[in-house]
Design a protein around this ligand. Structure first.
Ligand code: AMP
Length: 290
């Protein structure tokens, strides 16, 4: 289904077709972001469902976000991976910009995590998501893109419960010289970023460790009442693992949450990690795949 609309849209894009709002039937609102609303929509020719994000040009300019926005569009247009949310096309009128996105039927991972009875995912489910996020990030890094803002709010799920990495608003084309900009939520930031040091793609490896911890515990490892205390915990890599977390899961997280960026394990190693492989199998059995 997704392939069909992708190829239809790509075909028209290739012919320099001028997309317009009337090419879509706009349906229910799906959510609201910092700068606009997202609606479910149906492309009239193929009848296939997409998500249309609308943004007001004036709001972007008012908040000096036009450059960040253009970067997001530029990056997301070029990334094509099953676990990266596709930006299919975009168009604009005098006041608004419309982004036509692949539809992620199950919404944010954040909502699913919060609605779990214990506030955390069972290990097989967490492992499946970890594999898919690692695979998406590996692809991004190979294309010189660092995401920099991995967290459950920026991970969407399709109908089949597969990860769609979204929100490239903070991502950068990895420069040859490392950058020093500080951005993102403090809870997920690695030591080199909170300390204002240069950083590289290994920031995403750290975030993956924080993400895995939040999946399995229900809150990120460095969360505290104050920014100062969080800062101190991050630079000391002060992680407390609860009793209920399995030893291999702890091992994986501790291999990602390393102060020295270059000693964090590779994304290929995350995908091949014993805990991930064993639990992926359990997840697919639970889903009736095998
Ligand atoms: P955003 O402006 O990207 O933060 O999106 C706001 C909300 O809209 C998100 O939290 C999602 O719940 C929803 N949303 C955004 N993009 C999509 C999509 N492609 N498919 C389904 N829901 C989406």
């Amino acid at each position: 289904m997704v392939e069909k609309i992708c190829s239809h849209i790509a075909n028209r894009n290739g012919k320099n077709y001028n997309w317009k709002l009337s090419d879509f039937e706009i349906g229910a609102p799906l959510g609201r972001g910092k700068f606009g609303r997202v609606y479910m929509a149906r492309e009239k020719t193929t009848k296939l469902i997409v998500a249309v994000k609308t943004l007001f040009k004036s709001e972007l300019v008012e908040h000096h976000m036009q450059h960040q926005f253009l970067r997001e569009v530029e990056i997301q247009t070029h990334l094509k991976h099953p676990n990266v949310l596709s930006l299919l096309t975009y168009f604009y009128d005098q006041k608004r910009i419309f982004l036509v996105l692949e539809y992620a039927a199950k919404g944010e991972v954040y909502t699913h995590l919060r609605s779990q009875e214990k506030g955390r995912f069972p290990e097989p489910r967490a492992a499946k998501y970890m594999y898919q996020v690692a695979d998406a990030l590996e692809y991004c890094h190979k294309n010189n893109v660092i995401h920099r803002d991995i967290k459950p709010e920026n991970l969407l799920l399709d109908y089949h419960d597969n990860i769609k990495l979204a929100d490239f608003g903070w991502s950068v084309h990895a420069p040859s010289n490392k950058r020093k900009t500080v951005c993102g939520t403090l809870d997920y930031l690695p030591p080199e970023m909170v300390q204002g040091k240069p950083y590289n793609s290994y920031v995403d490896h750290w975030c993956l460790g924080v993400l895995c911890y939040e999946f399995l515990v229900g809150k990120p490892p460095f969360e505290t009442e104050s920014q100062n205390a969080t800062y101190n915990k991050i630079v000391k890599v002060a992680v407390v693992y609860p009793q209920f977390m399995s030893t291999p899961a702890r091992a994986l997280i501790s291999q990602l949450l390393r102060y020295d960026p270059s000693s964090r394990i590779g994304l290929d190693c995350v995908k091949e990690h014993l805990w991930v492989k064993k639990n992926m199998k359990l997840a697919s059995i639970a889903n009736g795949v095998i």
